[in-house]
Design a protein around this ligand. Structure first.
Ligand code: TYD
Ligand code: MG
Length: 461
């Protein structure tokens, strides 16, 4: 069969396909991300490999089944012995699932997966760790720092997928780790490793292996801004679970967040700290986030966000200073910039805070990224406190969504937020008025103050 080579342009950030080069990607709005890649016009295997779970060969008849006919065993989840990771995965590692672990280079993906491999190998599970980035000696150096490993964990340096497939068929591991997908290549695709077509085809091969042999596969994907290699977003839709590692590379803590999970809830997070001997779980993130909080400083307020099922106390800091230029600067770290602008407009209009001549910087201490509206009240109070240069008592926690008329609206899971504050020794909680009576009856030992608007909250503090 003659195969015609044609070329297609792919966005390296989201995988958008186009026959012509474009400056801006219509899919993800990134600039300068299109790269030409040669693709075969009649890809013989792609309909088979990329067509979902690809369990049976083409032409083979798969029989429709009733729910009762589908067999399922209970012990399908493996315990990784890392509580934070188990929770993010929805209660352990599911047999035969594909998990993408994304994150900036150097954030700790290889370290985490090596630790997971080590833990799982202690339960005598056969594990194959395939690295395309580091030599076996480098892996050993890292492993020596982390701890002890059992012999059911094997390592391999390989980037050619057909060799990898052969090794898998021979050794029949239960779990495979691919570090990283951007270094892998498939001989049937002509473009370079790291390109969109390679990354996609390689993942399709791994998907077929995972589903047909019932192997769990961890895939490491580097997030890149420059777009020289395809980002993990290209393959988000192919895998079962997508986990992203967040956090400042220079700070010691890391947050593992599930953005997609076919086997559990998303928005669960796991908090880790990078130490000498690898990643260590942080059992109480609130304590960690509030560590080093300034005493009696204006512009600092503690608020509470709920990540998945877990409340986390966060310190919101605001700095409002006179602007030196005609045009005031606004900056938001860890929270949505537009949201901060909107809240400042509410403050100007509803309580007459003249912020027009002031620069404002809002920061979530500890480097957390939170998009939850329950932080609104905290952000408003921090801005007011910095503007007036009046510190807010440091045993107060405030949360609530702020609407455009300056009203404070109710938020979900208020009870667990108040309990978290109580647990960490806070004395007073400023909450939306609508929740006041309910919280007063359920949460004892902490003063609950309900407020109906930002102006109300201002009077209280
Ligand atoms: P790594 O897992 O190699 O990152 P990635 O695979 O995401 O690119 O981790 C990189 C950083 O972690 C590196 O800068 C060194 C640091 N590190 C520690 O601080 N302690 C340790 O025990 C290990 C193994 C790494
Ligand atoms: Mg790595």
């Amino acid at each position: 069969m003659a195969t015609k080579i044609k070329s297609v342009f792919f966005c390296q950030s989201c995988g958008y396909e186009s026959s012509k080069w474009m400056g801006q990607c219509p899919g993800c709005r990134e600039w300068n991300t299109f790269v030409e890649e040669a693709v075969k016009a009649t890809p013989k295997s792609s309909s088979k490999t990329s067509g979902g779970i690809g369990g049976s060969a083409a032409g083979e008849y798969s029989k429709p089944m009733t729910l009762a006919e589908i067999v399922m065993n209970d012990e399908d989840r493996a315990d990784t012995r890392i509580g934070e990771l188990n929770r993010v995965l929805g209660g352990g590692l599911v047999r035969g699932s594909l998990i993408l672990v994304g994150g900036d280079p150097g954030i700790g993906k290889s370290t985490l997966l090596l630790q997971v491999a080590g833990n799982l190998s202690k339960d005598k599970r056969e594990i194959l760790y395939i690295s395309g980035e580091e030599s076996l000696r480098q892996i050993k150096l890292r492993a020596n720092r982390i701890g002890e490993f059992s012999d059911s964990l094997k390592f391999m340096c390989e980037t050619n997928l057909s060799n990898i497939e052969e090794a898998i068929v021979r050794t029949k591991p239960e779990i495979i780790i691919i570090d990283s997908i951007q270094t892998m290549f498939n001989e049937s695709v002509s473009s370079a490793p790291g390109s969109v077509s390679q990354v996609r085809e390689s993942t399709a091969v791994l998907l077929r292996i995972a589903k047909s042999m019932n192997i769990s596969v961890f895939i490491v994907g580097h997030v890149t801004k420059e777009g020289q290699v395809a980002g993990p977003r290209v393959l988000e839709h192919m895998v079962d679970t997508v986990l992203y590692f967040e956090g400042d590379r220079h700070a010691s803590y890391r947050i593992l967040r599930a953005v997609k999970n076919r086997f559990g809830s998303t928005n669960e997070i796991g908090v880790f700290e990078m130490q000498e001997k690898g990643l260590v779980e942080v059992a109480n993130p609130s304590e960690f986030m509030l560590d080093g909080r300034p005493e009696n400083a204006s512009g600092s307020v503690v608020t509470c966000s709920v990540e998945g099922t877990r409340p986390i106390l966060i310190e919101v800091q605001a700095l409002v200073t006179h602007t030196n230029f005609g045009f005031p600067r606004r900056q938001a770290n860890g929270t949505d910039y537009n949201r901060v602008n909107l809240l400042m407009a509410v403050l100007e209009k509803r309580i007459g805070l003249q912020l027009g001549d002031f620069d404002a910087y809002v920061n979530l201490a500890g480097g957390m990224k939170v998009a939850e509206p329950s932080l609104d009240l905290g952000i408003c109070l921090a801005i007011i406190s910095s503007f007036r240069n009046k510190p807010i008592s440091d045993d107060v926690v405030a949360f609530g969504e702020v609407g455009l008329s300056g009203e404070v609206r109710s938020v979900s899971q208020a009870e667990s937020r108040v309990q978290e504050a109580h647990k960490l020794g806070f004395k007073t909680c400023i909450v939306p008025k609508a929740l006041e009576s309910k919280l007063k009856s359920t949460c004892k030992g902490i003063v609950i103050i309900g407020v109906s608007s930002v102006a109300d909250a201002m009077k209280v503090i």
